[in-house]
Design a binder for this molecule. Sequence first.
Ligand code: ZN
Length: 143
Amino acid sequence: MLIEGKCHCGNIAFELEWQGDPPEIPARACGCSFCVKHGGVWTSNRNSRLAVAVRDTALVSKYAFGTRTATFYVCSRCGAVPLVTGEIADHLYAVVNVNVFGNVDPSWIRRAAADFEAEDLESRLARRKRNWIADVRIVEGSG
Ligand SMILES: [Zn+2]
């Protein structure tokens, strides 16, 4: 199915192709300091395809911290955080926030806690490469 998600004001929107109808969506309530403060609950699927449309790039705050290997897309108008991207060996990967999904029944989402704080950088990047969405297209300034 095609999962639709967007920040509260719609400035950052995405479509995520996901197999299964209804799909089973594993979600990780991340325990890092940023995600705890924002309530970030993430999902990804190695075989899914993500298309992101950013209307006004001036209203997106790209935030990185810690290892600075992940970029949080924060809508500076409404404050929602619909996605995180990470570049590994010149390839763009992403995870999306299940809290911004629109057409998904909450019962399809399997929430679990996750804590990656103890991970070293190498295993962190290897895990992302394995699990994050690898087919990511971002169109910025789509009006
Ligand atoms: Zn917004």
